[in-house]
Design a protein around this ligand. Structure first.
Ligand code: CP3
Length: 341
């Protein structure tokens, strides 16, 4: 019998793991020939809606990369189906919303998640994975700000002007939307945990565009609300955002017990700022996946030197891009594992 590999979970207890845990954000995706092949027959959303294919896509990189955790294959937009928000995921662009959220009328059609009948495929895929995986499964969701940015802008954005305009000028609309998103995502994560996920990660990818003071006023209360929904679950709760080094302390205080750093951050400084209790995850620059091996090796050595303790999970500073190669990623995983003693 194959033993359950708990090195990822050990990183939250502060114990020395059997080996340094490694996984990669976007470890399932277009860099894999097998994924590209599946995408010829199924759209991204179709993969998510088919529990068997979803489970297979989730499992594939765990084997290929010898990863110490799996992340459910899905997208941050999927739970919006249950909230009655229509979207499409366009290749090379990302999520697109036909009717962006703009007025009090739009509020009537945004439903708080109270049941899961439109997204039961998530629970089913999670249960399949629970029975087939020998590493922990990470469930995930998008954080309220990052989701609101797509819902309000109608698609990807550089400056989030519409989102911020609503945040500043229409407090009732902003508060109502953020509250609905926070409670819904809290329940959605609970649903994943109840169906077999061992940990959760919240992606607040774009919140780094806000100042510390605006984060405190407009975001923090909703992050607290989201984490309150998870209070009874003693599991890893990782919060990740790009360009968030100025927000780390507030991110921790909102309720996370793990923080994902992007490649700009430094583990020594983060440890000093956040204390000994929190688990830190990251943070190789994904751009390095295209660098020569001796450069990658040096940068991994630097990260492992900066990390200082066992509350550490090796990852990238953001997701794997389509140009990356499986060989390089596997070499990274093997190299980090080889440095475990
Ligand atoms: O990490 C994993 O293996 C799990 C799968 C996963 C996907 N999306 C699948 C996906 C996860 C964790 C996400 C989260 C997600 N989705 C985030 C937060 C994480 C981050 O990267 O910051 C965001 C902002 C989204 C929204 C989204 N969906 C974007 C920006 C894109 C990329 C658009 C593109 O084509 O480059 C998507 C599409 C998407 N979601 C892909 C994958 C594998 C691209 C591949 C495809 O279209 O098949």
């Amino acid at each position: 019998m194959i033993e359950f590999n708990s090195s990822f979970l050990e990183a939250f207890k502060g114990n020395k793991p059997n080996r340094i845990p490694v996984w990669f954000m976007r470890q399932a995706g277009r860099y894999q020939p097998e994924y590209r092949e599946i995408r010829k027959s199924y759209s991204l959303v179709e993969i998510c809606k088919n529990p068997r294919i979803c489970a297979d896509v989730t499992l594939l990189p765990v084997k290929q990369l010898d990863a110490d955790a799996a992340i459910l294959f899905s997208d941050i937009m999927i739970p919006l189906i249950q909230m009655n928000i229509d979207f499409e995921i366009k290749e090379g662009i990302g999520p697109v919303i036909a009717n962006p959220f703009a007025t009090t009328n739009d509020l009537d059609s945004v439903h708080e998640i109270e049941s899961f009948e439109k997204i039961e495929f998530v629970g089913e895929a999670t249960r399949i994975l629970k029975s087939e995986l020998t590493v922990p499964l990470i469930g995930f969701c998008g954080a309220p700000f990052t989701l609101a940015s797509y819902i309000i802008e109608g698609g990807p954005s550089k400056n989030y002007y519409k989102t911020k305009a609503m945040m500043y000028n229409q407090p009732f609309l902003w508060e109502s939307l953020m509250k609905r998103l926070a409670i819904s995502m809290g329940r959605y994560l609970r649903y994943q945990l109840e169906n077999g996920a061992s940990a959760i990660q919240i992606f607040d990818s774009w919140v780094g565009s806000l100042s510390v003071s605006d984060y405190k006023t407009y975001i923090y209360p909703y992050m607290q609300l989201l984490f309150e929904e998870l209070q009874s679950f003693d599991v890893p709760k990782i919060l990740f955002g790009v360009n968030c080094n100025h927000l780390l302390r507030l991110q921790k205080e909102s309720g996370a017990n793990g923080i994902g750093l992007d490649w700009r951050g430094n583990f020594k400084e983060a440890r000093q700022l956040l204390g000994l209790e929190i688990t830190l995850q990251g943070n190789l620059d994904p751009a390095l996946l295209l660098a020569d091996w001796h450069i990658i090796e040096k940068q991994i050595d630097r990260i492992l030197e900066e990390k200082q303790d066992h509350r550490f999970i090796f990852n990238l500073g953001h997701g794997i891009m389509p140009q990356a190669s499986i060989d390089t990623l596997r070499k990274i995983s093997d190299y980090v594992h080889s440095k475990s003693n």
